[in-house]
Write a protein that binds this ligand. Sequence first.
Ligand SMILES: CC(=O)N[C@H]1[C@@H](OP(=O)(O)OP(=O)(O)OC[C@H]2O[C@@H](n3ccc(=O)[nH]c3=O)[C@H](O)[C@@H]2O)O[C@H](CO)[C@@H](O)[C@@H]1O
Ligand SMILES: C=C(OP(=O)(O)O)C(=O)O
Length: 422
Amino acid sequence: MSEEVIKIEGGHRLRGSVKISGSKNATVALIPAAILANGPVTICGVPNISDVESLSVLLRDLGVDVCIKESKDHIVIDPTHMENKPMLQDAVQKLRASYYFMGALLGKYGKVVMKMPGGCYLGPRPIDLHLKGFEALGAAVKYEHGAYEITADKLIGNKIFLDISSVGATINIMMAAVYAQGRTIIENAAKEPEIIDVATLLNKMGAKIRGVGTNVITIDGVDHLDGCFHEIIPDRIEAATYIVLAAAAADEMTVENIIPAHLESLLSKLQEIGIDIKVDVDKVTIRRGDQPLKCTDIKTLPYPGFATDIQQPLTALLTQAHGQSVITETIYTERFKHCQELNKMGADIDVRIPSSFINGPSRLSGSVVEATDLRCGACLVIAGLIADGVTEIHAVYHIDRGYENLDGKLEALGAKIWRETI
Ligand SMILES: CC(=O)N[C@H]1[C@@H](OP(=O)(O)OP(=O)(O)OC[C@H]2O[C@@H](n3ccc(=O)[nH]c3=O)[C@H](O)[C@@H]2O)O[C@H](CO)[C@@H](O)[C@@H]1O
Ligand SMILES: C=C(OP(=O)(O)O)C(=O)O
């Protein structure tokens, strides 16, 4: 069977500026949230990524009118004529965020039937906290024939303490609770910026959500939500990827359309290892300088700590630092598949779960590698840009789930990158 691969000829220094797209992790929650409205919702800044295509397939199957405007970054979602029915299995399993239809459909209709979502395999990714939250609101959860059936005659607000401050559970419970009777309080809620973006959309629609961005979120149920217009926040993980890539492969590069406050844990780490960073209101300029990079230690944590989604791209850069860097992964303890791929390219990384020990600097050579998941793909792209020779990356569909126009953006910066069907 033929497969599309990405090829990168390493060693071309990058320069210029790159514009960051709308946030994938916000978009994939905003789109399901839109079905809670009783009229059209226009979302602007939508990235052209395959996760959005998969969500559009799911929406259209439910009878939702989805119009992607010519500019591609505006989507109008009109749920006026939607019907509630079991979700299309194939599309559900193409991405993680299909689980947001659980909260949205339960909130709107009191019933949802769907399989376990897909998304990157980073070790087990249970959804028990989502389900416990729905149950606390009065829903019954059944798991039969490989699918969840979640039903409620009436959802009633309750106090819900999350054992882990899960992004997905926080958003899902918020969506289920907007129409619940009375007050829902989510304690130990996650604080990621994408959660604030979803609550902003819901509040524009008429919801009454307070406390987002803190660990206690209060939702007072309402009877009706209207359509509205919303612009998505910039993607802090895409931004981080280009910032790390600039530190690895550019003499000077500007990353535009970002919210620097969302990137503080990364920017301070990069400064610590010797990267020069100039921060402006909505952009950063990265200069590598002549000094060798210093090694460092990192522990991934919920926001505002160091994001797990950034540790994989950063590993590529740390193969160039002098000494041993240690990355300890506390969110997904098995999120280290990128290390074996980097080792194929000449890196010296030892994985002892939950940490990777990166011994540098290593000279990387172009190799045939596999993007085992989305951010592994980003890591391998960075490695390919600094490696000698040509790197061939397989399973690029993972990368296309989350990076808009990766090839075009890199080409404009001076990279030699192309796709081939082999
Ligand atoms: C679409 C999306 O936004 N994906 C992001 C989201 O994933 P996602 O929302 O799936 O991640 P969570 O924040 O829920 O996961 C955090 C931790 O909680 C655990 N957990 C979660 C839910 C649950 O019911 N039970 C449970 O044990 C998970 O296994 C993990 O160890 O946040 C992750 C952590 O920042 C990011 O890596 C993903 O990019
Ligand atoms: C893990 C990620 O995505 P998802 O949760 O959609 O699999 C990610 O964006 O790095």
